[in-house]
Design a protein around this ligand. Structure first.
Ligand SMILES: Cc1cc2nc3c(=O)[nH]c(=O)nc-3n(C[C@H](O)[C@H](O)[C@H](O)COP(=O)(O)OP(=O)(O)OC[C@H]3O[C@@H](n4cnc5c(N)ncnc54)[C@H](O)[C@@H]3O)c2cc1C
Length: 367
C-alpha cells in the first residue's frame, strides 16, 4: 500500500509492563512479545482473550485508527443477530464488549500501522515490520486480517497519485498543520463532514464539495456543516472535482464541475473522502500458502504452512469455512491452545473452564 494513504497515527499503548522494548542499532524500536496479532477486528480481539487465558501476552497491530475491523468500520450501527448469547447486538456494541472483555489482559494496541514484512529469525521467532517503522519480535504470529487492510478509495482524477501525501490527503495528522491553508474537501459521509467542522477552525478557507445535497453522515454533523455554510464560514458546492491544476508539478487548484458550471478553485490541499476498500495487501508475499487470496490453515490448530504463524477469522480458508464472526471465535480458542505448546514447550496444558478454574479467574481479575 502506498504509505501516503496511511491513516492518522493514534497511539493506544497501554504500557503493559511485562513486555520489553529495546532499540535496534538502526534506531528502529524492536518490541518483544509472546504473540503479535495482526488485525484488531472482532476475531483479533477475541484472540487476545483466548491467548490471555493461557497466560500469553499480545500486541495488536491494525492499519485502522480504532479497533473493531469490519464491524466498527463498515456497519457500526447495524444489528447482528447471530452472535451466540446476544439475540441482537450492533457492530459497535460487539466491539465495545470485546474491548471490555480483554481488558484484564492489557493488550498493547498499535493503530494506524500496516504490517508489511514477516521474517523468520534463526531461533524460530518472527520479526514483523510496519509501514510506520515499528518492528516486533514475536514467538508466534496470529494473522486476523479479515478481508485485508482497509485503504481509502481514490477518486477518478487523472494523475492524482502524483500529489498524494503532500497536496492530496486521505487522512489528517495534526490539525495545526492545516493552519492558513485553502482546502477542498470532497464527500458527504462522516469523514468529510467531521473534518470540515474540525479544519474550518484553523484553515484559511474550506470548500466542501459533494455530488448532491443529501449527506450520509451523522445528522448532527450535517446540521453543523449547514450552520457553517449559512454563516459563510465554509463554501458548499454541489458537483464534482474532475481535475487537478498544477504549475511546475505543484498543485495550485482543482477543477470543479456541476451541471451549470465549470470553474477553477484555488487550493493548497485536496481531501477526498470516498470511503474505504479492503485489500489483502503485503501478506500475499509472506511465503504463506494462499488460496483465492486467503490463507490456507490446518483446522486442528489454525496454523499456516509457516510454523508458529496462525491465521484466524475471515482471512483463512479451509474446507467448509463460513465467514462468520462465530467461526473466528472458535478458531481463536483452538489457535491459542496450539500456540501454548510453542510458547511453553515443556508445560502440560490442562484444559479448564472459566466458571470453575480459580487460576483462570485470577487471570481475569475476578478473584
Ligand atoms: C455489512 C456486513 C454485515 C455483516 N454481518 C454479519 C453478521 O450478521 N454476522 C456475522 O457473523 N458476520 C457478519 N459479517 C462478517 C463479519 O463482519 C466478519 O466475518 C468479521 O468482521 C471478520 O472478523 P475478522 O476479525 O476476521 O476481520 P475484520 O473484521 O475484517 O478485521 C480485520 C482487521 O485487520 C486489519 N488488517 C488487515 N491487514 C492488515 C495489515 N497488513 N496490517 C494491519 N492491519 C491489517 C484490518 O484493518 C481490519 O481492521 C458482516 C460483514 C459485513 C461487511
Amino acid at each position: 500500500m502506498d504509505s501516503s494513504l496511511k491513516h492518522p497515527k493514534v497511539n493506544f499503548d497501554s504500557g503493559n509492563t511485562n513486555q520489553k522494548i529495546k532499540m535496534r542499532s538502526t534506531k528502529t524500536k524492536i518490541i518483544e512479545t509472546d504473540a503479535l496479532i495482526i488485525g484488531a477486528g472482532p476475531v483479533g480481539l477475541f484472540a487476545v482473550f483466548e491467548l490471555g487465558l493461557l497466560g500469553i501476552k499480545a500486541h495488536v497491530i491494525d492499519i485502522l485508527n480504532k479497533p473493531g475491523g469490519q464491524c466498527a468500520e463498515l456497519y457500526p450501527e447495524k444489528p447482528i443477530y447471530d452472535i451466540p448469547g446476544f439475540p441482537m447486538i450492533t457492530g459497535q456494541n460487539l466491539c465495545d464488549n470485546l474491548m471490555q472483555q480483554i481488558k484484564p489482559f492489557n493488550p498493547i494496541f498499535h493503530f494506524s500501522e500496516l504490517a508489511e514484512t514477516l521474517i523468520r529469525t534463526d531461533n524460530g521467532s518472527y520479526e514483523v515490520e510496519t509501514n510506520g517503522g515499528l518492528a516486533f519480535n514475536a514467538k508466534i504470529i496470529v494473522i486476523a486480517a479479515g478481508g485485508g487492510s482497509f485503504e481509502p478509495k481514490r477518486p477518478p482524477i487523472k494523475n492524482i497519485e502524483h500529489y498524494e501525501g503532500h497536496s492530496v490527503l486521505y487522512s489528517i495528522g495534526k490539525i495545526n498543520d492545516f493552519a492558513g491553508k485553502s482546502i477542498v474537501i470532497v464527500g458527504g459521509g462522516d469523514s468529510a463532514l467531521d473534518w470540515t467542522i474540525a479544519l474550518q477552525k484553523v484553515a484559511k478557507n474550506i470548500t466542501l464539495v459533494h455530488r448532491r445535497d443529501k449527506f450520509t453522515g451523522a445528522v448532527s454533523s450535517v446540521q453543523k456543516v449547514m450552520e457553517l455554510r449559512d454563516k459563510n464560514k465554509i463554501l458548499f458546492k454541489i458537483g464534482q472535482i474532475t481535475e487537478i491544476i498544477e504549475n511546475q508539478n505543484k498543485m495550485t487548484g482543482v477543477v470543479f464541475k456541476s451541471e451549470e458550471q465549470k470553474l477553477k478553485i484555488d487550493c493548497d490541499i485536496l481531501m477526498p473522502f470516498f470511503g474505504l476498500t479492503m485489500n489483502i495487501g503485503p501478506l500475499i508475499d509472506w511465503g504463506l500458502s494462499i488460496d483465492n487470496k486467503r490463507i490456507a490453515v490446518n483446522t486442528e490448530t489454525f496454523e499456516t504452512n509457516l510454523p508458529g504463524v496462525f491465521a484466524i477469522g475471515d482471512i483463512n480458508i479451509y474446507p467448509g469455512k463460513l465467514k462468520l464472526i462465530l467461526s473466528g471465535f472458535h478458531e481463536s480458542a483452538l489457535m491459542a491452545h496450539a500456540a501454548y505448546k510453542i510458547i511453553f514447550p515443556t508445560d502440560n496444558l490442562v484444559f479448564q473452564y472459566t466458571t470453575s478454574s480459580s487460576s483462570l479467574q485470577k487471570k481475569l481479575g475476578i478473584i
